[in-house]
Ligand binder design. Structure first.
Ligand SMILES: [Zn+2]
Length: 226
């Protein structure tokens, strides 16, 4: 599905969602899609001038096409805290974020260990001090550390939209807490950060963007319960 709204440029296929931020000199792709999306995704990318990719984290369904994009001259940005997570899913713990996700977590562990992205080395590793790095590349956007789903999970805040990767999810077509986390305390802190930022829209890595007023009660309920 291709959607171009006034504010959010997105590509959505097989429950994985990619976004493009337009910059002064070039465009920024947020995440790279998963297996089987390349041909359709490439058509979408051809409408833009993508020179940078920001990976919200180094899970296969986000970095699968990073190597291919890099071979076309696109620069890859990733948090340094996810450096060892590339091609090595089990290098960070994977815990269910609620009892209802315990069984799903086992299948996730097995699948994650088997499926590996093609090897790539990011051009730029980001640290927590690099919040304004995208501005130096001509993007009106701030990097927001959102650790919890992985240690190096990051989001991008621009024009009232928080592109949050898997810090929150619309995977099941309704706002929900992401089922797996490396650290539940870290994830809860990042959910608190999302509440404090209070963007108009949360643009998640799975499913379609959701208005914050729909996501807020779900986040508040989770923070109260767990
Ligand atoms: Zn993930």
């Amino acid at each position: 599905m291709l959607i171009k709204s006034g504010r959010i440029n997105l590509f959505f296929k097989s429950d994985v969602t990619l976004y493009i931020l337009k910059g002064k000199n070039s465009d920024l792709l947020i995440d790279t899609g998963f297996i089987g999306v390349w041909n359709e995704m490439e058509k979408w990318l051809n409408e833009y001038n993508v020179k940078h990719v920001l990976l919200t984290h180094a899970h296969v369904d986000h970095d699968w096409n990073a190597a291919r994009l890099q071979s076309m001259g696109v620069k890859i940005l990733l948090s340094s805290a996810d450096k060892d997570l590339r091609q090595n899913y089990l290098s960070q713990p994977v815990k269910p974020t609620a009892p209802r996700y315990r069984i799903r977590n086992l299948t996730q562990l097995a699948g994650g260990a088997l499926v590996k992205s093609k090897r790539y080395t990011p051009d730029i590793y980001l640290s927590d001090n690099d919040r304004d790095f995208l501005k130096s590349l001509g993007y009106d956007a701030e990097i927001i550390p959102l650790p919890g789903h992985t240690y190096g999970s990051i989001g991008v805040l621009s024009n009232g939209v928080l592109y949050c990767g898997d810090a929150f999810t619309m995977l099941w077509h309704k706002p929900d807490v992401t089922p797996h986390a490396v650290s539940i305390p870290h994830m809860k802190k990042s959910l608190q950060t999302i509440l404090e930022i209070n963007p108009q829209w949360l643009a998640c890595g799975h499913g379609l963007p959701v208005r914050m007023d729909k996501a807020r009660p779900v986040i508040e309920q989770y923070l109260k319960t767990f």
